[in-house]
Write a protein that binds this ligand. Structure first.
Ligand code: BGC
Length: 363
């Protein structure tokens, strides 16, 4: 039933158990908190991923499987393409199977409270991955690229891209946001608006449709077809004669949908932002179509999450570098935030130098 590797890991696990027992004796009852006495080195680690709405999630699956196994753990990595209830069931199953850490990339950050509470009472540690889990105290850590910063960089890129084409405004723009059930979507939008709103207020930027709130800009399910449809409608209603200078797009999948819409309306391509460094978008940037993307190297984020799991395994607390920014409505979740990098055609070669796939596209 077990592979050789799993058996070897089990032996290591027994040794770890012995160590763990010593650790417990040393602390003599301990001080409590999330960093108890660790857990066996071959423990089961659950990773609940959302739908495959962008390439980064697909990359994460492989990286978690490989990285956790390489570290000696058993990995249970699941996608929930069927939606929220499927993800809820997957997390419950991970708890039943005895997962010691559950890493969650939530589809809907506010609908996992019950399952994560089960995880906590079974003694598991919960790490929110990439997306924050909201309105529950049953989340111990958050690991992500700094989402507000992503939005700020997108807002700045939009301005700079338009200024490079036409030195002074006013500029006509439209705004797109991500899926409202994903806690990140509002943070990206708020980050971008922290840069754009003052320019809207002083007249440098004009949202011609008037649709400038998050609620008006959202794209359900992060679906390309929804963004494309909304762009078609915006163009038909507002841009039969007026030029469109720029579009704030929260990620690459939606950026390409927006560009498709503009092209099929026979309009010149405006400055369009993005995020994720997806292969097709990097190609588009190199071809001079999409203006920018964000590099949030999935390899580094998964590595950071696995490092946190290893720290927990050995009985330490996981490292964090931010204990103030991510209030989930019930608690401020201690976070480890990585820095996102803005990429345009001008710095793509340098930005992807260490990425074996993307560096091929920037030669
Ligand atoms: C991620 C983005 C991604 C989006 C859609 C967000 O939560 O942070 O990188 O583009 O989900 O998959």
């Amino acid at each position: 039933m077990f592979s050789k590797a799993a058996k070897a890991a089990a032996v290591v696990g027994i040794a770890a158990l012995a160590l763990t027992a010593c650790g417990r004796a040393d602390t003599g009852g301990g001080t409590g908190g999330t960093a108890a006495a660790g857990f066996p080195k071959d423990a089961l680690i659950g990773v609940a991923l959302p739908q495959k709405t962008s390439e980064n999630w697909v990359l994460a699956e492989q990286l978690f499987n490989d990285g956790l196994k390489e570290a000696g753990f058993k990995a249970d990595v699941q996608f929930a393409n069927g939606g929220v209830s499927e993800q809820q069931n997957q997390i419950s199953a991970m708890v039943t199977k005895g997962a010691k850490v559950i890493v969650v990339g939530a589809i809907d950050g506010s609908q996992l409270g019950t399952q994560l509470a089960q995880a906590k009472s079974a003694g598991a540690t919960v790490i929110a991955y990439d997306r924050l889990v909201k309105n529950t105290d049953a989340v111990d850590y958050y690991v992500a690229y700094d989402n507000f910063k992503v939005g700020e960089l997108q807002g700045q890129a939009l301005l700079e891209g338009m200024q490079a084409k036409k030195p002074s405004g006013p500029y006509n723009i439209e705004l797109f946001a991500g899926s409202p059930d994903d806690a990140n979507a509002k943070v990206f939008f708020d980050g971008a608006m922290s840069v754009l709103k003052p320019k809207i207020d002083d007249g440098t930027l004009k949202v011609v449709s008037g649709q400038a709130t998050f609620e008006q800009a959202v794209t359900q399910g992060w679906k390309a077809e929804n963004a494309q449809k909304r762009m078609d409608t915006l163009l038909a209603a507002n841009y039969t004669s007026a030029p469109l200078d720029g579009v704030l797009s929260p990620n690459d999948t939606l950026a390409r949908a927006i560009i498709t819409s503009v092209k099929s309306a026979g309009k010149p391509i405006p400055v369009v932002t993005g995020q994720d460094s997806e292969v097709e978008s990097v190609k588009s940037i190199m071809a001079g179509e999409q203006y920018s993307t964000i590099n949030k190297d999935t390899r580094n984020l998964v590595k950071q999450a696995i490092d946190m799991v290893k720290q927990l395994q050995s009985g330490q607390k996981a490292s964090v570098n931010d204990e103030k920014s991510y209030d989930n409505g019930v608690k401020v979740v201690p976070a480890y935030l990585l820095p996102p990098v803005i990429v345009t055609k001008a710095n793509a070669k340098e930005a992807y130098a260490n990425d074996p796939t993307l560096s091929q596209l920037t030669q």
